[in-house]
Design a protein around this ligand. Structure first.
Ligand code: ATP
Ligand code: MG
Length: 400
């Protein structure tokens, strides 16, 4: 029945030029979302409002679900748009609206009218009162309650008259693309996909890097990460995923460095390589799924030592989250089931029984100096890193 949706967005803090960037990005993100839905739609901005209009039949739930993944949308109101053909015609349209919008016409309500167009012959209050009266006549079981109505019927007099009552909550946040780019370190775990989702929700466009260690890690483990990137891209839009072969670097670390330092040193090389791809892609920061104290490599001391190799800011949106809270988000966004599939990760293979929890930076740097001279078969770690970067495979995940 609805041929259009009114898209509501938060306006706080988006003024002047930022407001246009926000709105235009939201229009294009909304358009993209509806391209994946069966049916013909157009999306337009009009007087500080965004409308999505259907030009064919469509599935209501499919549309609201798709719009429910567009960051920046605070609410979606199915709306009836009607030409101004006099008050009587308007009253008839509202009566028909209430019949179709509700299964039974048995609730308390009030009418709220806004005139964006001041040349309308009646004042807002007058319109509300007169429409309220007509509704009471048409549906005797309705009752007016101006203080705590069950339903609010909105009438907005603009170019066309907008009639709506229901608001389906949107995800909030900022439209993806309104805030720059970041490089997500995406593993097959629970945390990093959630971290990517959260940063994307602030308007950041994400790319990702995944380190694997074939043949120690399988093709299925890689496919799992591709599937996770795909799940995140339903919210975040297209993701360029760089898949880096980390095997030789890990073997070199394993051969040459004290085993209790393996994870930290490995993490530092991941950060260095991720930063390379970030620079190449024009990203302004790195994103990880780290959270204080979750494992040995995520104590404050370990995070400090890992962070020491980065020149770019490292964003850790889950830093103060409990695991259960992270799990809750991953279930909500649909990554959890994939994340818990039991495929090996490169970190779990070359892992020490008793990793350091308070790594000493000097000692870590000394271990890395050995790799700089000779990381094995005559090559330096610099050469191994270059090779890992050059042989990386880049796949484009999702469609915009
Ligand atoms: P996750 O659930 O995200 O894997 P985790 O609890 O398993 O996190 P770690 O394995 O210690 O934690 O990894 C910490 C962070 O380092 C991850 O959130 C991710 O950002 C990054 N990371 C770890 N392993 C990889 C990998 N193989 N490829 C890319 N990034 C990784
Ligand atoms: Mg992990």
């Amino acid at each position: 029945m609805y041929k259009a949706f009114l898209i509501k967005y938060g306006e706080i803090g988006i003024k002047g030029k930022n407001r246009y960037v926000f709105e235009d990005t939201l229009v294009s993100r909304t358009r993209n979302a509806l391209q994946h839905v069966d049916g013909e739609f157009s999306v337009r901005k009009e007087n500080g409002r965004i409308y999505a209009e259907a030009h064919s039949a469509y599935d209501f739930d499919e549309v609201t679900e798709a719009l429910g993944r567009v960051f920046g949308i605070v609410g979606v109101c199915p709306v009836v748009l009607t030409e101004d053909e006099g008050f009587d015609a308007l009253a008839q349209t509202v009566i028909a609206f209430v019949k179709q919008a509700y299964e039974t016409q048995d609730f308390t309500f009030k009418v709220v009218t806004r005139r964006a167009r001041k040349n309308y012959p009646m004042e807002s209050m007058e319109v509300s009162a007169a429409i309220g009266e007509r509704l009471l006549e048409a549906y005797p079981r309705l009752k007016v309650d101006v203080h705590e109505p069950q339903e609010v019927i909105h009438i907005e007099i603009r170019n066309k008259i907008n009639i709506y009552s229901r608001t389906i909550p949107g995800p909030g946040g900022m439209p993806v693309g309104s805030a720059g780019r970041a490089m997500l370190l995406l593993s097959g775990g629970i945390d990093s996909p959630v971290a990517g989702y959260m940063v994307a929700k602030r308007g950041v466009k994400i790319d990702a890097v995944y380190f694997h260690a074939p043949p120690y890690t399988s093709e299925r483990a890689k496919q799992k990460v591709i599937d996770l990137a795909d799940a995140v891209s339903r919210y975040a839009g297209t993701i360029r995923l760089h898949i880096v072969n980390f095997t030789d670097i890990q073997l070199a670390i394993y051969d040459r460095c004290p085993h209790d330092q393996l994870t930290i040193i490995m993490r530092r090389y991941m950060m260095r390589i991720a930063e390379h791809f970030a620079e190449e892609d024009g990203a302004l920061g790195l994103v990880t799924g780290e959270s204080i104290g979750q494992v040995a490599s995520q104590t404050m001391q370990s995070l400090a030592v890992t962070n020491e190799v980065c020149r770019m800011p490292v964003y850790r949106p889950l830093i103060a989250f409990d695991k259960q809270d992270i799990v809750d988000v991953s279930q909500k966004i649909g990554t959890y089931e994939t994340s818990i599939l039991p495929y090996e990760d490169c970190c779990t293979i070359f892992v020490a029984k008793h990793p350091v929890t308070k790594p000493n930076l000097k000692s870590i740097c000394k271990s890395e100096a050995k790799l700089a001279e000779n990381a094995g078969d005559g090559r330096t770690i610099g050469e191994l890193m270059r090779e890992a970067i050059e042989t990386a495979e880049t796949v484009r995940i999702g469609t915009d």
